[in-house]
Design a binder for this molecule. Structure first.
Ligand SMILES: [Fe+2]
Ligand SMILES: [Fe+2]
Length: 296
């Protein structure tokens, strides 16, 4: 037990459990769900909408922008539920290997419980937003299953970090933007507070365990992580949104949008910097990240 307590991963896990006792939210009571999720506000900050800055965006009236943002927010919630499901499976797989007296055992249960509440919150938004129940298409859903088959722990934690760093940037902008609907701002505030511990744990695990992994495990993580990050970026633009809202050429415009591409690289900067320090990104794998538009 003493040696477990000296392990930095176990120490971090124990600190994060204590933090979770101080700061955890039940979104079903924390958010006032009696508020109408209607088109009185933007539902995400303008600069975080995939069509922001395109001719399609310029052509929209204010009301149309509000409605479009409601659909984008519901689609982002749908992508969040998809990714959190994958993430919980990875976390539970790690948990399976641990004895109950390891502090990481308790921490991983906290992380799973956090994600259960987040997915409940995203589902509640979708049910109330009056949009289709968006979720990633069949191709991404199948790739998610393949990923779960081949991912090792290092790929899992790097993938968790990729999703959480990317969404953290959008959540931080959302919670601070007074032009955004209060329900979206509340969801973002809850998510930022609780995801901070998941990011902190994934970073500690990767930094501490990377050098102890086999060459094969490191190789798998080095090749798979940029593909996972690309899948997450791809899931943010849901072709069903443009169809449902009736925006001609919307999906193509969002995919080509230079503003959106630049933002993804900026929002991933913290992640790519950290993964370069650890060694997940190196001279051999950096071209994959650049080629997929994930880093400058
Ligand atoms: Fe979450
Ligand atoms: Fe998380």
């Amino acid at each position: 037990m003493t040696s477990t307590l000296l392990d930095p991963v176990a120490q971090k896990a124990a600190r994060l459990v204590t933090a979770s006792e101080r700061l955890s939210f039940d979104p079903m009571t924390e958010i006032d769900w009696t508020q109408d999720i209607g088109d009185t506000h933007l539902h995400l900050p303008a600069e975080y909408l995939p069509l922001y800055g395109t001719p399609q965006w310029d052509a929209m009236t204010e009301q149309e922008r509000f409605a479009y943002s409601r659909h984008e927010c519901a689609a982002l919630c749908g992508a969040g539920i998809w990714f959190e499901n994958i993430l919980m499976q990875l976390v539970l797989r790690h948990l399976y290997d641990l004895p109950a007296d390891d502090p990481t055992h308790r921490y991983l249960l906290v992380e799973t419980a956090d994600e259960c509440r987040h997915s409940t919150m995203f589902g509640e938004y979708i049910r109330r937003a009056g949009t289709p129940a968006y979720r990633p298409g069949l191709r991404l859903r199948l790739l998610g299953k393949v990923f779960l088959r081949v991912a090792n722990k290092a790929t899992g934690y790097a993938g968790i970090l990729a999703a959480e760093e990317l969404l953290d940037a959008s959540n931080r902008a959302t919670m601070k933007d007074p032009a955004v609907h209060p329900v979206s701002r509340d969801m973002a505030r809850i998510h930022v507070a609780e995801e901070a511990r998941h990011v902190s744990f994934a970073k500690t695990w990767l930094a501490e365990r990377w050098s102890t992994l086999s060459r094969v495990d490191r190789g798998i993580a080095m090749v798979l992580t940029p593909l996972v990050a690309f899948g997450i970026v791809d899931s943010i633009i849901d072709p069903q949104v443009a169809k449902a809202v009736g925006i001609k050429g919307g999906t193509g415009a969002a995919r080509r949008n230079p503003h959106q591409k630049a933002r993804v690289k900026t929002d991933l900067r913290k992640l790519t910097g950290f993964l370069t320090e650890v060694g997940v990104i190196n001279r051999a794998t950096q071209p994959i990240w650049r080629g997929l538009g994930l880093m400058a």
